[in-house]
Design a protein around this ligand. Structure first.
Ligand code: HEM
Length: 423
């Protein structure tokens, strides 16, 4: 059987698969009490998450909701850290909390290795990816990333107001990951939809939710076929040639990891760039320092990552367990809000202030434990260059209309509409 047949067979099996996961009724609508009925998919959470996290530790050990078939929301650093490290009791079988839970036997590999994998498989799947994301390797993308950021700003010529979320931040990680995977740059719009479906569309009906991965996998398999027909040096070819336990990766593993890389790097970095510009738009003193003391930019990037950390991940409880003063049941979701942990006053001095020259800053924006972000060097490179180019070219700017700023709902938090007036 040729490699191409293996992928064709995988696609057929996927199309015919009978999904044995579980599905809960969709519950939407305003939250009655954030301690007992939280929902990370409501617009109020998008707008007020920071206040909600700050209030919860006073009110309950760990917040609870009956939505999504039952979920928990710890907000203290200590609890988030303990759960992230405890792979014995908390599984990564699914990391986006919603109404759908995949079948139990999908563990320990999961649909998108390594983020969906548990030990011991996780270690091997992660190790495969590390060489592609070393500091030295991602540095190779720096020159083209910088040129791309300049080209986006060139496009603003003559305009007073631009949307820094949709006309700047969003395009940067899309272009970088498309280049790395060897996908056509003109497919960018499709990537945006794949990301929205996976991360924000979690309260959609089951039939719709089930169809979403099909569109993504059809796209990925077309790219895989193109790479098999026209081999070239990029991340897709690397994955197609990679071996585990003396054999080429299973088609499902290749496609799942490609899906992960496409999705993990876009919304996250887009959110980090947007949140940093949102902050700077409202703080003239920080803008001035970024321009007059370029050395502060390095600590500023880390502080923006701490204060506006975009990523919350989820786990599924493996067996009933008493944890942190609450009784968790098997198959409950647990959200790991790394952004809330980053604002815990027990862990950080002046936790609720954004200090762009903060020296000691061991934040958890890239996660904690075995799943810590593989793409952190890439994300930092993109964020640093995006802000460098913006500040060099547009040193003075402000929110054009504070009421028009819209933050995303769901587990990845960042501005999705950010009109800025350029001065
Ligand atoms: C500012 C941008 C980013 C942030 C804040 C971020 C954050 C995170 C976090 C919190 C995790 C841990 C997940 C967990 O515990 O379940 C994670 C994992 C991961 N991230 Fe990122 N990420 C960013 C950008 C990227 C980029 C650009 C890529 C690569 C294209 C990437 C690839 C990954 C991968 C592959 C994992 C899974 C690692 C594993 O399971 O061992 N991320 N990221």
């Amino acid at each position: 059987m040729t490699v191409d047949d293996r992928f064709a067979e995988f696609r057929e099996q996927q199309a015919e698969r009978e999904d044995l996961g579980t599905w809960n009724e969709i519950v939407t609508g305003p939250v009655s009490d954030w301690a007992t009925d939280f929902s990370h998919t409501e617009p109020e959470y998008a707008q007020r998450a920071i206040e909600i996290w700050a209030d919860l530790p006073e009110r309950c050990p760990i917040a609870r909701t009956e939505r999504f078939g039952g979920a928990w929301l710890p907000t203290r650093y200590e609890d988030v850290q303990a759960i992230a490290y405890d792979t014995e009791h908390f599984s990564s079988r699914a990391i986006i909390a919603g109404n759908y839970r995949p079948p139990l036997d999908i563990a320990p590999v999961g649909g998108e290795p390594p983020i969906s994998s548990d030990p011991p498989f996780h270690h091997d799947a992660r190790k495969l990816l590390l060489p592609a994301f070393t500091k030295a390797n991602v540095a190779k993308q720096a020159v083209t990333t910088e040129a791309f950021c300049h080209s986006l700003i060139d496009g603003f010529a003559g305009r007073d107001v631009v949307d820094a979320a949709t006309e700047y931040g969003m395009h940067i990680p899309i272009r970088v990951i498309a280049d790395m995977l060897g996908f056509p740059a003109e497919d960018s719009d499709r990537f945006k939809h794949f990301v929205e479906d996976a991360l924000e569309g979690i309260n959609t009906p089951l039939e719709e939710r089930e169809a979403q991965p099909d569109q993504l996998f059809d796209y990925l398999l077309a790219q895989i076929q193109d790479h098999l027909d026209n081999p070239r040096e990029d991340l897709t070819t690397y994955l197609l040639n990679a071996e585990l336990y003396g054999q080429k990766l299973e088609p499902q593993h290749v496609a799942g990891t490609m899906a992960l890389l496409l999705i993990a790097g876009i919304d996250t970095t887009w959110s980090a760039i947007g949140a940093s510009l949102w902050h700077l738009a409202q703080h003239p003193e920080d803008r001035r320092r970024m321009v007059e003391e370029p050395a502060v930019r390095a600590t500023a990037v880390e502080e923006f990552l701490r204060a506006y950390a975009p990523v919350t991940m989820a786990r599924l409880v493996k067996e009933d367990i008493a944890f942190g003063g609450v009784e968790m049941k098997a198959e409950d979701w647990v959200l790991l809000p790394f952004p809330a942990a980053n604002r815990d006053p027990e862990r950080f001095e002046r936790a609720d202030e954004v200090l762009i020259d903060r020296e000691v800053n061991r934040h958890a924006a890239f996660g904690l434990g075995i799943h810590r972000c593989v793409g952190s060097h890439l994300a930092r490179m993109e964020l640093r260059i995006a802000l460098d180019v913006w500040m060099d070219r547009i040193p003075d700017f402000e929110l054009a209309d504070p009421a028009a700023v819209r933050w995303s709902t769901g587990q990845i938090r960042g501005p999705r509409s950010l009109p800025l007036r350029l001065r």
